[in-house]
Write a protein that binds this ligand. Sequence first.
Ligand code: ZN
Length: 98
Amino acid sequence: MTEKVFNICPRCGEPFRTSALSRLDNKTRICSPCGNWEAMMDYRFLMNTGSIEQINDVLNILGTIKGKQGITNKHEFKYFEKIETILNVKLEKLNKSN
Ligand SMILES: [Zn+2]
């Protein structure tokens, strides 16, 4: 019987033993440094986005990040798209209430 000791993190491609659940879908297992990274990005991009101006600022930053060469990592790209979706929903609600 072979036991799989390592999994490969879909975000960074590194093998890992201890994992975290990806905030992308709450299903995918990623390595714990990448789990920490997603938690930091959630904090950075989803906190302090209570106003239309703040949301637009963050959407601009995300657009720049996604447009940069080097983000060929699908998991990371999808993760940023998820953040954008959340912010666009927030923005729509704010626009309706104004
Ligand atoms: Zn990783």
